[in-house]
Structures are given as structure tokens and as C-alpha cells.
Design a protein around this ligand. Structure first.
Ligand code: N01
Length: 534
């Protein structure tokens, strides 16, 4: 039962991914009534939708998992160092069953409209099926990379073959055997899918606009002794990881790439390459800040690509030209090696742009490529997209779409001035995508739940970001990344991948500093928020 009889529930949670599941679990445990909504047919979020071949996490499994239940983390057994998508989805299902979470969600039910009812001080939620639900609090758990980007390429709808997006992969899979397949895009999703598609399809053509930086995962089965070692003191392991940047449990090499000899630098890069995965970014602390240091990282990649890819012309096309660190580093298994296969071709769209998609395939300025299947690995309208595809209207009917017309503004990445009693999990302005997401999700879930307790205990009915605090937060975000490579380039971090989207770096880059700030804000009576009684 909600504490206020004028609403159906204390809180509404949108999304049944890792954030939504943790949120409903926590609210229910703490005595708040909650209703969840989910567009998909079941739990899992990212891991529900991204079923493309080769999809797997690039954070080690022992870290990419919930820590709210010691029994859960002790009993669940991961089979690989980096878990594949089906195993992560099984884990999400296990969590849903173990904690009986499905009963809180209405599946196959997209929320289309969320309106703050000023007179009654609560949220009115309308779903695609026309149903209306009222709750005191609105908590969005819609994910950061869940609004798939389908580029506006002329003729896309005329393609007669099968058209699929990696972010909306069909449940039943896609039969590639004997087929001519085209993949547009070479980001994280593509580098994982391409090697597997190449093995299955008769022929694969990769349409590349920006050559990517990708490091080998060197994935491996997870040895039982390794898991046991962590489980002996899982709490201590979690604390250690959470105290490091992004909660990834690693520290960058505090040497400059420029202070070592050429031979030593090569050795350090080579060691990081052999170790594999995201930690490569920490080979030297300054490769994403100092342009000369950054050049050395690019040179290392160019050397690796020329070494692996046998055809010099293909290798040339695969050399990244943008700076290392502008876009998220990709992690692969056999990506560059795949271009040595006889059934794989690479088309450089900077040399021959796509003119249009036809019934038969893709026509570039230089040639026509006939295809049976076209895979769009074209990414997402990140961070703001998942929120703005819902029509969210705050106090006075103000639309979030209008408020964010020039870029997302939040306080702590959790709250927006003018949108009372609304909380965003992993929102723009929080560390989200630059962290181990499960860890930062649980931090947000805990912070929001604690906040609701505080409001209840104080007899307060309304909370929202103060406009001045929100502005200061935005300025702080900008100042934090001033001069860095990540904030200046063309990437989904800055909104540059979506035509017409306002350009603004949308992520807080200091986790765990962010956690400390959130705790201080709470301890200081929710400094920077406007609170009001009943
Ligand atoms: O998307 P992306 P993604 N014509 O935006 C190209 C996470 N993730 O789904 O760079 C031609 O990175 C685009 O080209 P360009 C991870 O955080 C994690 O791969 O814009 N090409 C680019 O090559 C990741 O960063 C995991 O020039 C077009 C590609 O499509 C994020 O999700 C796995 C185009 C899009 O790459 C997104 O990754 C997968 C057009 N019109 C994803 N439009 C792991 O945990 C776009 N492109 C391992």
C-alpha cells in the first residue's frame, strides 16, 4: 500500500534492467510500494536487447554483478572471465526469480508519458496501452545505451533482405549460413559481432566510417580457484574495486608515456596488449591528456594492425586516424585477424561514401554490394535518448525535451530542476558509462532509497534540484574534463554521433569522488535540493 492514498504506489520505476531490478528490490525491502514498467517481455535491459553474436561484457564477471546480497554473490558461478550475453541474461533471470522481482513489473508495457501533477504533488504515468498509474516518485532506470540509433540513410526502407540492429537483435537469432552479410559500423558491438558473423556467413562486407581502436579481450574460462579467492573476501574485493577509478579495480600506470625510453614504452604497451581489455587505457596516465603521449598510443595500434593484417591495403584502411581515447575503447576476440579471411571485405566509407541503400544492398560512390542481410551496428542515442523518447513533463507542464534542447542539465546526474520527485538512475551528469555499471547502479539505488527514507522521516513531500546547484554541477563537469581528449572528440559521450543532438560531454569522470560527493550532499540535509513539506 502506498503511504499516500491519492496515489497507486509510492514509486514508479521505468525499466527492468540491472538498475530497475535493484531499485524495485530495494524499495520493496524498505517498505515502499512500487510498480515497474518495462518495454521488453522480460528482465535484463541491455542484456535482453543486445543478443547479437559475440555480445559479451568487457568488465570481469566477478565484478560485473550485484553485491546487495552476499548469498547471491557467493552462490552464483560465472563460467568465463568476461561473461557472454546469454550467461548475463541467465544471471538477470536468476536474480528476478531469486528475489521474486517479476511481480513488480508490467512487461511489454512502454511508458509514453510521465506528467507531474502539480496540484497533487505526484506523478501520473501513461503507458502505451493507455493505462494510467499514479505514484509519488518517478524513478527512471531506462539505461544509458538503450535507444538504438538507426541512421537516416537514403533507401534504408527499400532493402529487400533482412535488416537488423545489434541493439534490437531478434530473439530467434539471424541465420547467416550461406548468406552475404553487410555490417555498418565498427564500434564495440560491431567488433564483437564481426568475427562471429565472418565464421558463419558465406561472405561479409564491413562498412567502416571510422577505423576503431580495439584491444584483444584474451577471454578465458574462469578458474574455480580464481573465483574462490575472490569469494573468500568478496566484500573486501568490492571495496578495493570501488575505491579505484570507475570502480574497475585498477590503477593507471602513473608514469608518463614520454618519460620512458622507446623500448620501455613499447614493452609496457605490449604487456598491456597481452593482458588485454580496458586496462590498456591505463598503460600510461597521460595518454588521454597529453597529445604527444597520445601519439605514442596511436603509433602502437598502427604497428599492431600492420603486424596482424596481412593485406597492406586493408591494414591501411583499418588504421585509426582519430585520437586514442576520444571514443570508448573496444575489446574484441580476433577482430583484426578476421580481415585476413578470404570471405571478408572492408569498405572504407570515407573513401567511398554510401549513396543509398537499394533493394539489393548498398551502393557507394564506387561500387554496389549485394547483400542478403544488413546489420546496423550503428550504436545509440546515448544517455539522453532513453529519457527523451518518453514525454516527461515536470512542474507547470514543462517538457524535459525543451529543457534539454541545448543539452542535458542535471544535479548529480540524478535530479533535474523543475522535475520534482523524479530521480534518474545512471543519468547524464553521473559517472554511469565510465564505470563498472553494476557498481554505480547500486550506488544510485542506495542513494535514492536513502533519500526517500529521509523525506519520509522528515515528513517532506517534495524534492527537486535547485537551479543554481544544477548550474554549478554542469560547470563542474565541464571543468573536470577541460583539456582532456575524451571531451573534445566526436563520440556518443558528447552526442556527436546523432545528427542535430546538442554537443556536450555528459559524464562525470571522477568515480569514486562522485560517491563521496553524493554522501556529503545527503549528510548535509540534501544540499543543493529544494525540499518542501506536505
Ligand atoms: O555503437 P558505437 P556500439 N554510416 O556508437 C557507425 C557499449 N557496448 O553499439 O564512429 C556509417 O560505438 C559509427 O561510425 P562513426 C560501449 O559503451 C559495450 O558499437 O560515427 N557508419 C560507429 O563505427 C560502446 O561504446 C560492449 O564514424 C555509421 C558505429 O556505427 C557503446 O555500447 C559491447 C553511421 C557505432 O558505434 C556503443 O557501442 C557493445 C552511418 N550513418 C557495446 N552511423 C561491451 O561491454 C553510425 N555509424 C563489450
Amino acid at each position: 500500500m502506498p503511504s499516500n492514498p491519492s496515489v497507486d504506489f509510492d514509486a514508479i520505476v521505468i525499466g527492468a534492467g540491472f538498475a530497475g531490478m535493484a531499485m524495485v528490490h530495494r524499495l520493496n525491502r524498505d517498505g515502499f510500494s512500487v510498480q515497474g514498467f518495462e518495454t521488453g517481455a522480460d528482465v535484463g535491459g541491455t542484456w535482453y536487447w543486445n543478443r547479437y553474436p559475440g555480445a559479451r561484457c568487457d568488465v570481469p564477471s566477478l565484478q560485473y554483478s550485484y553485491q546487495f546480497s552476499e548469498e547471491l554473490q557467493q552462490e552464483w558461478e560465472w563460467s568465463e572471465h568476461y561473461a557472454p550475453q546469454p550467461e548475463i541474461l541467465r544471471y538477470a533471470n536468476h536474480v528476478a526469480e531469486r528475489f521474486d522481482l517479476r511481480r513488480f513489473f508490467r512487461f511489454n508495457t512502454a511508458v509514453t508519458l510521465a506528467e507531474f501533477d502539480e496540484a497533487n504533488g505526484h506523478w501520473k504515468i501513461t503507458a502505451a496501452d493507455g493505462s494510467v498509474t499514479r505514484a509519488h516518485y518517478l524513478i527512471t532506470a531506462v539505461g544509458c545505451l538503450s535507444a538504438a540509433n538507426t541512421p537516416d540513410i537514403p533507401g534504408l526502407n527499400t532493402f529487400a533482405g533482412q535488416l537488423v540492429h545489434t541493439g534490437h537483435w531478434p530473439d530467434e537469432g539471424v541465420a547467416m549460413e550461406g548468406k552475404r552479410v553487410g555490417v555498418i559500423g565498427t564500434g564495440s558491438s560491431a567488433v564483437q559481432a564481426i568475427p562471429i558473423i565472418a565464421e558463419e556467413a558465406e561472405h561479409l562486407t564491413v562498412f567502416q566510417r571510422t577505423a576503431t581502436y580495439t584491444v584483444p579481450a584474451h577471454n578465458r574460462p574462469l578458474a574455480p580457484e580464481e573465483a574462490q579467492e575472490v569469494k573468500r573476501d568478496y566484500k573486501g574485493f568490492r571495496e578495493f574495486c570501488s575505491s579505484k577509478p570507475g570502480a574497475y579495480g585498477m590503477l593507471p600506470n602513473m608514469q608518463s608515456a614520454l618519460e620512458v625510453s622507446d623500448a620501455e614504452r613499447q614493452q609496457i604497451y605490449e604487456k598491456a596488449w597481452q593482458a588485454g581489455g580496458i586496462p590498456f587505457s591505463g598503460s600510461f596516465y597521460d595518454i588521454t591528456y597529453d597529445l604527444k603521449a597520445n601519439d605514442t598510443a596511436q603509433a602502437f595500434f598502427h604497428g599492431k594492425i600492420r603486424e596482424i593484417v596481412k593485406n597492406p591495403e586493408t591494414a591501411r584502411k583499418l588504421l585509426p586516424k582519430h585520437r586514442f581515447g576520444v571514443k570508448r575503447l573496444c575489446v574484441d576476440t580476433n577482430y583484426y585477424e578476421t580481415f585476413n579471411r578470404a570471405n571478408v571485405a572492408l569498405v572504407d566509407l570515407t573513401e567511398e561514401p554510401i549513396e543509398r541503400i537499394t533493394e539489393a544492398g548498398i551502393r557507394t560512390t564506387a561500387a554496389t554490394y549485394e547483400l542478403d542481410i544488413l546489420v546496423l551496428a550503428t550504436g545509440f542515442d546515448a544517455l539522453t535518448g532513453p529519457l527523451l523518447r518518453i514525454d516527461i513533463r515536470g512542474a507547470g507542464g514543462t517538457r524535459l525535451r525543451d529543457v534539454w534542447a541545448h543539452g542535458a542539465e542535471t544535479y548529480l546526474g540524478v535530479s533535474v530542476a523543475g522535475f520534482p520527485n523524479m530521480f534518474i538512475l545512471s543519468g547524464p551528469g553521473s559517472p554511469s558509462v565510465l564505470t563498472n555499471m553494476v557498481v554505480s547502479i547500486e550506488q544510485h539505488v542506495g542513494w535514492v532509497a536513502d533519500c526517500l527514507h529521509y523525506l519520509r522521516a522528515q515528513g517532506l513531500q517534495r524534492i527537486e534540484a535547485d537551479a543554481a546547484a544544477q548550474q554549478a554541477w554542469g560547470e563542474e563537469l565541464v571543468a573536470m574534463v577541460a583539456g582532456s581528449i575524451i571531451a573534445t572528440g566526436n563520440s556518443w559521450y558528447t552526442g556527436a554521433n546523432i545528427p542535430g543532438k546538442p554537443r556536450r560531454f555528459m559524464v562525470h569522470v571522477d568515480y569514486p569522488g562522485y560517491v563521496k560527493r553524493c554522501a556529503e550532499v545527503a549528510a548535509d540535509g540534501y544540499r543543493g535540493f529544494k525540499l518542501a513539506g506536505g
